[in-house]
Design a binder for this molecule. Sequence first.
Ligand code: FES
Length: 163
Amino acid sequence: MTSSDLPTTLSRRDFLSLGLGALGLAGLLQSGAITYQFLAPRTIEGEFGGVVHAGELVSFPPGSVTEFPDGRFFLVRLDDGGLLAVYRRCTHLGCAVAWHPTEDRFTCPCHGSHFDQAGVVENPPAPRPLDTFAITLRDGQISVDTARPQRRDHFSVDQVVYG
Ligand code: FES
């Protein structure tokens, strides 16, 4: 049998089967892409869930607390110059804490917990210090990775980043 002996036309049934198969495959691919977009982790640079470039170290004087609302953290420069990126989520039930410079502490509006500048509990019911985020300090530039909060049960100096 040569190629010229092969049938060159599709039957109506074969044509419809082929068309329906192609449509089904296209629909499956599209729904897969939509599902992936919905379930994929959202890591937008500069926002919570991604890496936030906070700026130059020299912009944050020792003893300062600066809020980064898009990153949901406070950049704390301790009196000794060390850095902490403190997650604003209260460790009691998750309300957003606020920094009160005149009182030199974080307070939670929901049930009254207080935290010191390093995020350590001064007044319960919060059961443990505020979580922190990893800081990278390179060429005097500060970056904070907000993808994974770091849980801590107490404060220790190894949580602090020094330039
Ligand atoms: S959520 Fe902060 S004290 Fe309850």
